[in-house]
Design a protein around this ligand. Structure first.
Ligand SMILES: [Zn+2]
Length: 482
């Protein structure tokens, strides 16, 4: 059944209902910058962004935080990073050198994503967890976890096939010498931790003064809900299975941290359709930047806004792109004409980065396919069309006006002379198309096939009048010597 109200507004209502008197609502999102951020993860950020906007539209104050979990360990070398980076495995991502120049590994991938986010109008408050941890911001949450270790083990074991080992701790320690986490905890007393490392180093430190401790993910997540007072956070399938990290985080935040469980929204992974090889520049991962080469920011937002996060959808790179742009233009048309229902109105509004007072001037994607292949310079949407033609479009969408005519029969020649003479009349597209039909009246199909064959060497192509007008000089030159 179709929902009456827009999904982000429903979630915003639920957040307010849970805690009606709260002064500032906190909506959170985050990811580990272990490599280029996949477009699937973008769904998490935009889900949060839309809920934030819905809350603001209801007159609420909101803090939108985005956690870079860059104190997580470097686990695996992705495809676009040199193999020798293996030597950094076990270090916090924030301490690994960038393989692409200045700064750290984490910073490189953070910046890549932050730049693309800005382009689609999403500007949260970024929190680098490496900085928080290094400043010992979570010392009290760590202390609570250590003090309640047995209780945490009990909660986690409920959902595990194999029980946690006797020497399990809710934290890991990064060695002061080699900076890796191949360490074992020997003793914990109050705020002091004693450990030894595979590199041979052993030491003792106070975790209020030295930020080299990290809570394990299943404890880290609820600890941060409590620390930041989070009211809403979406999560993907990896966290959402029964007994998964969301299940245990709910119990831990209540029982161990005496905090509140935020409202949660499961988001489904997005699928990709069409497009043979995705740019190797991003390590075979499809990024937001890749998608923005083809989709205008508003059209991209529209794709995510229109589908509730718990439902799957696909981002197309094949000829469906044309249809998606047409659907978007149609929605825009209806929005500015006022002939639109409440739900679609909301979808359009939230697809915008900044809502324009007047309907923006746009050229349809399909028409641009003809224009950009006619050596016309077109910026904005034209750039997207150009990228699409180069990388993903089917051959049926590509053409080039030829500069030589092959052999013709007398009859074919006579027909083409009529077309040439028609061009001298300087007709507009509609009238030209009508006149073309008039010439081909006796055999419309044969006529169009002939003209397409002569002009672009194909049996069919874009609307003929549009094609001719976009390539007027070239066509005139081609037909000149008949
Ligand atoms: Zn070490």
């Amino acid at each position: 059944m179709a929902e009456k109200f827009f999904w982000a507004d429903q979630i915003a209502d639920d957040i307010i209902k849970k805690n009606p008197k709260k002064n500032i609502y906190v909506c959170a999102s985050g990811i580990t910058p272990s490599g280029s951020v996949h477009i699937g993860n973008f769904r998490e950020v935009i889900t949060t962004d839309l809920v934030v906007r819905a809350l603001k539209d209801k007159g609420k104050k909101v803090r939108f935080i985005y956690s870079w979990d860059d104190f997580d360990r470097f686990r695996k070398v992705p495809a676009n990073v040199p193999k020798e980076w293996e030597k950094y495995i076990g270090m916090p991502l924030s301490d690994v050198m960038s393989p692409f120049g200045k700064g750290s590994y984490a910073e490189h991938f953070e910046k890549e994503f932050e730049d693309s986010l800005k382009e689609v109008g999403i500007e949260p408050e970024f929190i680098r967890q490496s900085e928080m941890n290094k400043k010992c911001e979570y010392a009290e949450e760590i202390k609570t976890a250590l003090d309640n270790k047995d209780e945490i083990v009990k909660i986690l074991n409920k959902y595990r096939k194999e029980r946690l080992k006797e020497d399990w701790w809710p934290i890991s320690v990064y060695c002061e010498k080699c900076r890796k986490d191949f360490t074992r905890i020997l003793n914990v007393e109050n705020y002091e931790i004693e450990y030894e490392c595979d590199c041979g180093f052993s030491g003792k430190f106070d975790f209020r003064k030295k930020g080299i401790v990290k809570l394990v993910w299943r404890v880290d997540w609820p600890a941060r809900w409590k620390h930041e007072g989070v009211d809403f956070e979406p999560g993907g399938i990896d966290h959402s299975t029964p007994g998964g990290s969301y299940t245990t985080a709910k119990e831990i935040v209540k029982k161990i941290y005496k905090g509140r469980v935020p409202l949660y929204e499961f988001y489904e992974w997005v699928r990709i359709k069409g497009g043979k090889e995705f740019s190797s520049s991003s390590g075979n991962v499809l990024t937001l930047k890749d998608v923005l080469e083809i989709y205008e920011p508003e059209v991209l937002r529209y794709l995510f806004v229109a589908t509730r996060p718990n439902k799957g959808f696909q981002i197309s790179f094949d000829n469906d792109v044309i249809k998606i742009y047409e659907d978007y233009d149609n929605l825009e048309e209806r929005y500015y004409s006022g002939k639109i229902d409440e739900k679609d109105k909301r979808i359009y509004e939230l697809s915008q980065i900044k809502l324009a007072k007047k309907k923006p001037e746009r050229i349809g994607f399909r028409h641009l396919i003809t224009l950009v292949q006619s050596s016309k310079k077109i910026s904005g949407r034209g750039e997207k069309v150009k990228n699409w033609l180069e990388k993903y479009a089917g051959d049926d969408m590509k053409f080039e006006v030829k500069d030589k005519i092959g052999k013709l029969s007398k009859k074919e020649k006579d027909i083409l002379i009529k077309v040439r003479d028609l061009l001298k009349k300087n007709l507009d597209e509609k009238n030209l198309q009508n006149e073309l039909y008039e010439i081909g009246r006796d055999d419309v199909k044969g006529f169009f096939q002939l003209v397409y064959r002569i002009l672009i060497g194909k049996k069919n192509g874009p609307r003929l009048a549009g094609l001719i007008l976009a390539n007027k000089e070239k066509v005139a030159r081609l037909l000149k010597d008949l």
